[in-house]
Every structure is written in C-alpha cells, then in structure tokens.
Ligand binder design. Structure first.
Ligand SMILES: [Zn+2]
Length: 392
C-alpha cells in the first residue's frame, strides 16, 4: 500500500509510493482540488498532462449537489467526472463546520478559511446537523454516513468525519472537539471494517484518521496516539492553516509527526504556501492539498519560479525560490515576455505573453482564468517533482 523508496539522511523527508485502487502515486504529492467534481477551469486531461496523479473531491459539496444517488447512478465519481486516476475525498467535516449554515453563495467558494459559523451548525456525539447553502434544507451527517457516501462515490482514499475548529479556540473547545473526533474515528473504522467483511472487494479504499487538537500539545499527542492504536491506512493532520501563526503550525508538526507510524502516509490538510510545503516535507509529510494555485489564479496572481530554480531542495531554506505577480497590474500591459520563462507548463511552453494574459483578465475572458490556473497548478506539481528529485 505505502512503500518508502528513500529516506533522507539529513532530515525526516522521504520518497515513497502509495498504491490505490486506481493506480500508484509518487510521494510526496500535491492534490489539485476538484471541489464539486471539477478542477475550476481545467479538464481532467489537462490536469493529467501537467503531472497530477491524484485529485481531491469535496464530499460535502457533491453530497448536496448533484447528490450521491446521481453519482451512484452514473457508476461512481470516477466515471461521472471522467477521471480514471485516484481520488481522495474529504469527509465533509471541514466544510460542514466552516460553511455549514452559510449565507447564500458562501458555500460555493473552494473550502475557504475563516468565517466559521458555529451557531448555524448543531453538533452532538451522534453527528452534525447543518443547513444546505443551496436551498436551506437540513441535513444530518454521521461518521457512518460520511464513509458510506465516500464508498458510493468509489473514493480511493476516504477521510473520517472529524470536528474541525477554527483559530483561535479555547482549550475546552479543542478538548471537546478532539475527543469527539476520536469517538467518530472509532465508529468510522468499525463501520468500514464491517463493510469490508461482507463486500470482499479487491479494490478496497484506504481510510485515513485525522489528528485534531488545535495548537495544544497534550491534545495533539493524545489524539495521535489513540488514532494510531485504531490502525488507519494513513494519518492526516487537520485543523491547521485556519488562521494560526505559521510558527505554531510547525510546532504542531514537530511534536505530532514523530508519533505517527513511519510506514504509513502522512497528510497535512489544507496546506499551503510553497515554502510551507517544503518545510513540512522536511518534517516527514507526504501529502498536501490547497486551494491556493487555482483560487489565486482566478484573481490574476501568478506564481513564478525565481532564478536559481535548480537550487530548490528540501535541504535549503526555501523562502526565496518563487515570487507572485498580479497579472492585472498595469505594468504588464506592454510586457511581451513569456508568462514565466522558467516554466514548462503548456501556457509558458506555448508562448503566451504576460501582456496577453493581462489583456484576457482586463476583458474578463474565461481563457485568462484557464491559462492562469493551468500555470499555477503546474507550478505546484513541479514543486513536488523538484522536491522528490532533491530528496537527499
Ligand atoms: Zn507556466
């Protein structure tokens, strides 16, 4: 299932291969986000061409629209969205808690951080009640239902339902959410084991536990230890990059990762900026997802590699290897240089200039969003390739 190919001699970074029902993925890797079953502005063929081996779909959004019955009728999520590679699905926990009772339109954004509306979501040990952002209808999500939906989707990697908090939160709140996450993890695991016992399918999905506990060391430690006892196929660290200072996030990683088994994949959810990914790989993280490349692209923010690209390594300080430009800035109006001369994406290799992208954004042309999204996604996927090539 997960095999370490190479372990860094100078740090905790490792190279590996993760086997799923829809193919093998090289680790560490980045998951482009197909929120509602589509990577915004980019087709499955294109995402494969620029090096993606796996994508992430949001259970919450797909459960509300088009609904799991339709996806079941379509023959599963892979068939429905026409992607035959591996798919990781989240449990919906993050969206329920962050967007749960959302105002109209809010839920349409890719899992955005902040804006936690606790009052519009009712959580109990049984599960979580929330209102649809589409039509206001009430729904009740339990740990068992979250697994069942992901099963129906045909997910390759399923995430357990967890209670995710924003930041800041009190220790009492964090304790309660962590304990509930553990109880839900136990129920999810039990449900999945029972499900497998009578199914005897060969293409068993992987199931991952999620470590919660906010920025409180004792809570993170307890949660990690208890989850490891339950023996999941992989472990995610959740509840980070929700507004806490970056240093706090790294502290959490520093004391949580050593508690996770070496021979299982580790997933840092919702992170992050390129330099955060490099730092987390050094600490032994294998999987990442983040809305940054696509969301920033839609706002005209383009990620460019700086000179010295070859020096990107998990061994060096990685905060100066890239820059972000805003293509809508008037300084690009007459800039006929290639978007990023150091980039190998179809946009840059295809010869598109900064002036043309500036023009496309100015006239509100969809092609601009598409080209910018493709480029930024390639930036992230290439970052992972560079990290893998430099793991020493
Ligand atoms: Zn490019």
């Amino acid at each position: 299932m997960f095999k370490i190919i190479k372990q860094s001699k100078k740090g905790q970074a490792r190279l590996g291969k993760l086997k799923t029902a829809h193919g093998e993925i090289q680790t560490p890797f980045f998951l482009p986000i197909a929120t509602k079953g589509a990577i915004k502005n980019v087709s499955p063929v294109e995402i494969k061409e620029i090096g993606a081996e796996i994508i992430l779909a949001n259970t919450y959004h797909l459960y509300l629209q088009p609904g799991y019955r339709l996806i079941k009728t379509a023959g599963g999520l892979h068939k429905f969205i026409n992607w035959n590679g591996p798919i990781l699905t989240d449990s919906g926990g993050f969206q329920v808690f962050s967007l749960g009772g959302g105002r109209e339109g809010v839920g349409g954004e890719e899992g955005q951080r902040g804006g936690w509306r606790k009052n519009l979501v009712r959580v109990s040990d049984e599960g979580v009640e929330f209102k649809s952002y589409i039509d206001g209808s009430k729904h009740f999500l339990t740990p068992e239902l979250a697994i069942e939906i992901q099963r129906i989707f045909g997910s390759d990697i399923m995430m357990i339902l967890d209670q995710c908090l924003g930041w800041p939160c009190t220790k009492t709140e964090a304790t309660e959410a962590m304990k509930r996450t553990l109880r839900w993890a136990e129920r999810s695991k039990k449900y999945e084991v029972e499900r497998m016992n009578y199914e005897l399918r060969k293409d068993k999905p992987l199931i991952f536990g999620i470590v919660q506990g906010s920025i409180y060391k004792d809570l993170r430690i307890k949660c990690a230890k208890e989850l490891v006892k339950m023996d999941f196929d992989g472990y995610a660290i959740g509840g980070l990059a929700v507004g806490e200072p970056r240093q706090k996030m790294f502290q959490v990683l520093d004391y949580t990762i050593p508690l996770l088994p070496k021979d299982k994949p580790r997933y840092l959810m919702g992170v992050g900026r390129p330099e955060e990914i490099v730092e987390a790989v050094k600490r032994g993280i294998d999987m990442f997802d983040c809305v940054i490349p696509t969301r920033e692209a839609r706002h005209g923010r383009i990620y460019l590699y700086q000179r010295g690209l070859r020096r990107i390594s998990t061994r060096i300080k990685a905060d100066k290897f890239y820059m972000v430009i805003n293509i809508t800035n008037s300084s690009f109006r007459n800039d006929f240089k290639i978007l990023d001369p150091n980039c190998d994406c179809p946009v840059c290799k295809g010869g598109y200039s900064r002036a043309y992208l500036h023009h496309l954004f100015k006239i509100g042309e969809g092609l601009g969003l598409r080209l910018a999204s493709l480029h930024n996604l390639r930036f992230y996927l290439r970052l992972m390739e560079l990290i893998r090539n430099n793991c020493a």
